[in-house]
Design a protein around this ligand. Sequence first.
Ligand SMILES: *[C@@H]1O[C@H](CO)[C@@H](O)[C@H](O)[C@H]1NC(C)=O
Ligand SMILES: *[C@@H]1O[C@H](CO)[C@@H](O)[C@H](O)[C@H]1NC(C)=O
Ligand SMILES: *[C@@H]1O[C@H](CO)[C@@H](O)[C@H](O)[C@H]1NC(C)=O
Length: 202
Amino acid sequence: MRIFHDSAPRLLHLLLLIELFVLSSSHPIHRSSLCSVYKSMSHHVDRLMDSAKRLHDLTDDELINFEGAESKLDSLPHIPHTAVDLRTIKVNESLARLLNYSQSFQLHVDWLKTARENVSLPFQPAESASTHLLQLSKLIKTSLQQINEEAPPPPSASLPVVSSAFEALQFSVEISGRLQGFGHWSKRVLQLLRSQSHCPRH
Ligand SMILES: *[C@@H]1O[C@H](CO)[C@@H](O)[C@H](O)[C@H]1NC(C)=O
Ligand SMILES: *[C@@H]1O[C@H](CO)[C@@H](O)[C@H](O)[C@H]1NC(C)=O
Ligand SMILES: *[C@@H]1O[C@H](CO)[C@@H](O)[C@H](O)[C@H]1NC(C)=O
């Protein structure tokens, strides 16, 4: 009895310590669902990059004719080439930027699909890229909601009428390149976001 009396306060102390430890080491409630959203986003970026490569159906030899061609679509997002800095990355800002790019590319890809359709070129890869961009935007909005951030207003673009197959090809090559650049950038950003949220690797 006496032993019990003596050890009770210590036991209580110990229990409090354990509780404190559990509280301080627990992650925000939404961590694991945010991780699964990031994972789905990554999946759609992979599929998007597959479609981006197939946006034009030119062989490497044919492609040479288009290389160095002047950029004609000023409204396409410019993806930064510099490495993403892990120390300065802000989750809300990266997600807002990712959404803006994704929505802007979708406008361009939908336009390209119509342009190619108009001049009787295959448009399935553009259609598939559009589907993955749409899914990506939805998932980005979900993750913004989970961190209680507002989605930025959607971008707009005024795009020209395309009157020849040559022009449609030129635009396809340009969008294909930019979209692949966006895919690489997004993969890096997603890796950083996942490591910041301590998401499991797989
Ligand atoms: C979205 O991207 C476009 C370029 O595609 C840029 O002009 C615009 O300022 C961006 N908007 C936001 C809210 O970042
Ligand atoms: C992101 O969050 C920080 C605070 O964590 C805030 O200062 C900043 O304005 C936010 N940026 C945007 C684009 O909402
Ligand atoms: C495709 O054709 C329609 C009908 O002629 C036209 O209104 C539209 O602007 C064209 N789209 C592009 C991207 O050229």
